[in-house]
Write a protein of this length. Structure first.
Length: 227
């Protein structure tokens, strides 16, 4: 019931507040399933209207749903009015989205538990069961981690520890660039993406090849180079 109420809250925000609508669509996708089929129809209609550059309000949404012969199926204008009247402030959007995803995650986890139970009864080995379900469990854990913004306070401790490890020579050796002055100022770590910018024929490709050669000589690792 809590997830259903949060679905209504999100839809009300989307209809009432264009900025809230943009925020919602930036955090979700039409592939995400809602618990209520009615709410799912409305969400998809709102998403389609937004992507087509149409204004979203009760009148335009009603017309859009009528054109798709879905207006009566969702309860007509009365239900849309209920959504907008009871809509909370747009600032509460992340909270309601978290409630919905938490409930959806539990539902998926229940289905996965049934699947694992059936695999156990069918005589599958532990390693085989883990191999077939590990990705699903991993996906459930990280499915809602990338949508929210992170505050500097959350990111700073890890960044500070990384800087301290580098200064103290701890952790994995960094990839040397092969130029003394650059190595004093630039430190490459696993996961970094570095973009070399400059005018044509300034030596960007030559520099990249030199860095790759230096790194392979010092780390004995392979490099893929796509000119």
């Amino acid at each position: 019931m809590e997830a259903y109420n949060s679905e209504q809250a999100l839809l009300g925000i989307a209809i009432n507040d264009r900025i809230g609508l943009a925020d919602l669509l930036s955090r979700t996708s039409v592939q995400e399933r809602l618990f209520s089929p009615v709410n799912e129809i409305i969400y998809k209609a709102i998403s389609d209207m937004f992507n087509e550059g149409m204004a979203v309000d009760i009148t335009s949404l009603s017309a859009f749903l009528e054109n798709g012969q879905l207006f009566q199926e969702i309860g007509g204008r009365t239900y849309l009015a209920e959504l907008t009247i009871g809509a909370p402030p747009a600032v509460s959007l992340p909270t309601h989205l978290k409630i919905i995803r938490e409930a959806a995650g539990k539902k998926k986890l229940e289905a996965l538990a049934i699947r694992i139970s059936e695999m156990c009864k069918d005589g599958n080995s532990v390693s085989n069961i883990l191999e077939k379900t590990e990705a699903d469990i991993y996906g459930l854990h990280f499915s809602d981690q990338s949508d929210r913004p992170y505050s500097v306070r959350e990111l700073l401790p890890d960044a500070y520890q990384s800087i301290m490890n580098i200064s103290e020579g701890k952790g994995e050796p960094h990839w040397a660039l092969g130029f003394r002055e650059l190595d004093r100022k630039v430190i490459l770590e696993p996961g970094d993406m570095i973009i070399l910018g400059g005018r044509p024929s300034m030596g960007k490709s030559a520099l990249a090849v030199h860095i790759a050669e230096t790194g392979t000589d010092m780390t004995d690792k392979s490099v893929f180079f796509f000119p």
